[in-house]
Design a protein around this ligand. Structure first.
Ligand SMILES: C[S@@+](CC[C@H](N)C(=O)[O-])C[C@H]1O[C@@H](n2cnc3c(N)ncnc32)[C@H](O)[C@@H]1O
Length: 273
C-alpha cells in the first residue's frame, strides 16, 4: 500500500466484478452495485482481458456470500468485511437484523466513504466503518470500539487480501476470527506457480507486475499445507478449500479436469470449543 493513498488493487478487483456482470456467461456472482460504486471512471481495458481472474473473483464472492447465508440461517447476526475495498455487500445486504463492519486500511476506507457519497449509494444504519492496518493495529480492539460483540457469532469475508499480507498479520487476524463463537471466515490465497501450466504462469506474471506497479506487491505464494496449518493452528477445525478443478465443476458445470490452478478460496469455521 502506498502511504496515505487508497488501494489501487481495490479498484481493479471492483472493475473485474463490474465487467463480470456485463460479459460473463454464466454470471456466477450478481452484484447490482458493482458498476455504480466505480463512478464515472472508464473501466481499465485489462478488466475485459482477464477472464480467468474475473471468474476467480466472481467465484470467491459467490462462495463467500453463499457461506454467509448459511451462517445467517444458523443465527449469525454480525458480518465483518475485512479489507473491504469497493465490496458492495454492506449496501445490498439481504439479511435484516445483521450488523456489518467494513474494515479497511485507513486511506482506502476514507476514500470509499467519499466514493459512496459521490456515486449516490446509501449506507444503511447498521454499517460501521473500521480503520485497521492488519500489519500494525489490533483488529479485535478496533472492532469492539466500533460496537462489535466478540461474545456473539460472526462471519468474516476476507477476499483478495491475504495474498498481500505477511504470515504474522494473517495469524493475528485469524486469531480474532477463531476467538468468536462459531467464528467463520472465507479467504483466498495464491500458491506458487512454478509447476503450473504456461497460461497460469503468464496470468500470474501479469498480475504480479500490475500489483507491484500499483505499490501493492504480492507476498510469495503459499502452499495449501501452509495455509491449512495457519488455519488449524488458529483453532479452525472445519476447512473447505476449493481450487480450479472444483470451481469448474461447481460453478461452470464442467468436468473437473485440467490443472488445479494457483488461486484457491477457503471457508474455515470453528465448530469445537
Ligand atoms: C485487492 S483489494 C480487495 C478488496 C475487496 N476485498 C475485494 O475483494 O474487492 C485489497 C484490499 O486489502 C486492503 N489491504 C491491503 N493491505 C492491508 C493492510 N495491511 N491492512 C488493511 N487493509 C489492507 C486494501 O486496502 C484493499 O482494500
Amino acid at each position: 500500500m502506498r502511504e496515505g493513498e487508497p488501494s489501487r488493487t481495490a479498484f481493479g478487483a471492483a472493475a473485474l466484478r463490474a465487467v463480470h456482470q456485463e460479459v460473463d456467461e454464466p454470471r456466477i456472482f450478481t452484484d447490482p452495485l458493482a458498476r455504480q460504486i466505480l463512478g464515472e471512471d472508464r473501466l481499465p481495458d485489462r478488466a475485459w482481458n482477464q477472464p480467468r481472474l474475473r471468474l476467480f473473483i466472481a467465484v470467491r464472492h459467490r462462495f463467500a456470500e453463499d457461506s454467509l447465508a448459511a451462517a445467517v440461517a444458523r443465527g449469525t447476526r454480525q458480518v465483518v468485511v475485512l479489507g473491504a475495498g469497493l465490496d458492495t455487500f454492506a449496501y445490498r445486504n439481504p439479511f435484516p437484523g445483521t450488523r456489518v463492519f467494513e474494515v479497511d486500511h485507513p486511506a482506502t476506507g476514507a476514500w470509499k466513504r467519499e466514493q459512496l457519497v459521490e456515486v449516490g449509494i446509501e449506507v444503511p444504519d447498521e454499517v460501521r466503518f473500521v480503520a485497521v492496518d492488519f500489519e500494525r493495529d489490533s483488529l479485535a480492539e478496533r472492532l469492539v470500539e466500533a460496537g462489535f460483540d466478540a461474545a456473539r457469532p460472526a462471519f468474516f469475508l476476507w477476499l483478495g487480501v491475504v495474498p498481500y499480507l505477511s504470515d504474522d498479520a494473517v495469524r493475528a487476524t485469524l486469531a480474532v476470527v477463531a476467538a468468536v463463537p462459531d467464528g467463520e471466515v472465507v479467504l483466498d490465497y495464491m500458491k506458487a506457480v512454478e509447476d503450473a501450466p504456461a497460461a497460469a504462469r503468464s496470468d500470474r506474471a501479469t498480475l504480479e507486475a500490475h500489483v507491484a506497479q500499483a505499490g501493492e506487491p504480492l507476498v510469495p505464494g503459499r502452499d495449501q499445507e501452509h495455509v491449512h496449518a495457519l488455519l488449524r493452528d488458529a483453532g479452525f477445525d472445519e476447512i473447505e478449500d476449493i481450487g480450479r478443478r472444483e470451481i469448474r465443476a461447481r460453478y461452470l458445470g464442467l468436468p473437473p479436469g485440467g490443472s488445479e490452478g494457483d488461486a484457491h478460496v477457503v471457508r474455515a469455521r470453528v465448530t469445537r470449543r
